[in-house]
Write a protein that binds this ligand. Structure first.
Ligand code: RUB
Length: 305
């Protein structure tokens, strides 16, 4: 897929989920490097940097997209000619996609250990990292039950229940407003992440923070599953995470309500660190308070330069 098609597919949610959009962004840069023709490094640099801006602007909340693209561009500024730059971008893009897929699989293995035999799990939206933990627990022979929220308005819960049912997992679809009532039956909540901030807050699909509140009230562990490239170093320096607002047509059809009625459609929310029992990453389960250390380890001291 070329850069413009990737941008369109991300905006229209044909490609969605923080990990998938990051891999798609990295692949688009790698593909551009492989197929593009430039007379000199200056022209290539201009095109690649403009592609970078288009890709990272396609969905504003998930820092995974920015980090995936930045990882792919690592070393690009120092390249002396087109040949060297092409090889670097193709190699970086492949390395990011490989590491990203491996991270999900490691998270699955680590996170599945937090799921006991006979456990009832609740999940929200459709997170490959969270679902990998659930699937791995099932593969290892644990008898589990899953409650999956519908996740209005896009109803990613439908994808989730299909995915889990295909694996033979006992899964029940619930509407978003049933979360608090169903929480009494739940042993552990597992959700994904679009962005993890320096103070350990997690930005994920709208409604995630309601699951966290309900879990807290019922003393149910609330666990986030996310690759370390979902950590946002920018939040350390005061940047806040932009919460994407999508078209109101996702909530109401034309003519259904008077034009005087306003409609608000934020699609992500922030869960404060105090409601999070652990973050399952590919480098282990960490407390929200340890995000800073992981950030330094994964992104290096260069974030201060
Ligand atoms: C998807 C969503 C997912 C995270 C993590 O929202 O909120 O929980 O992106 O997903 P949307 P993953 O459908 O709007 O993209 O673990 O697959 O990266």
């Amino acid at each position: 897929m070329n850069v413009d098609d990737t941008v369109e597919a991300i905006k229209s949610m044909e490609i969605r989920g923080a990990g998938r959009i990051a891999r798609a962004g990295a692949e688009a840069i790698g593909g551009m490097a492989a197929s593009g023709k430039w007379d000199g490094i200056g022209a290539m640099r201009k095109d690649v940097l403009s592609a970078k801006e288009k890709i990272i602007g396609s969905r504003p909340t998930a820092v995974s997209l920015l980090n995936g693209v930045q990882f792919t561009l690592k070393g690009f500024d120092e390249c002396k000619d087109v040949g060297e730059a092409k090889a670097l971008l193709i190699g970086n893009s492949e390395a990011f996609v490989r590491a990203s897929n491996e991270a999900v699989s490691i998270i699955g293995k680590i996170g599945s250990r937090r799921i006991k035999d006979g456990a009832v799990i609740m999940t929200h939206c459709n997170s490959s990292a969270a679902l990998e933990c659930i699937k791995e627990a099932h593969r290892s022979g644990k008898r589990i039950k899953v409650y999956a929220t519908e996740s209005r308005p896009w109803r990613q819960g439908i994808i989730t229940v299909n995915e889990l049912a295909k694996e033979g997992i006992d899964v029940t679809l619930i509407i978003d407003s049933a979360v608090r009532s169903v929480m009494k039956r739940v042993d552990i909540v597992m959700v994904g992440a679009d962005t993890i901030t320096s103070n350990g807050a997690v930005i994920n699909k709208i409604g995630t923070s309601q699951l966290a509140l309900a879990a807290n009230e019922s003393h149910v562990p609330f666990v986030v599953c996310g690759e370390t490239y979902k950590i946002s170093p920018q939040t350390l320096f005061g940047d806040t995470v932009t919460i994407e607002e999508r078209d109101t047509g996702e909530i109401v059809r034309d003519g259904e309500i008077p034009g005087t009625v306003k409609v608000f459609n934020p699609v992500f929310d922030s869960t404060p660190a105090r409601y999070i029992d652990g973050i399952v990453t590919e480098v282990g389960i960490v407390s929200p308070g340890s995000v800073y250390e992981i950030m330094i380890r994964q992104f290096g001291e260069q974030i201060f330069n």
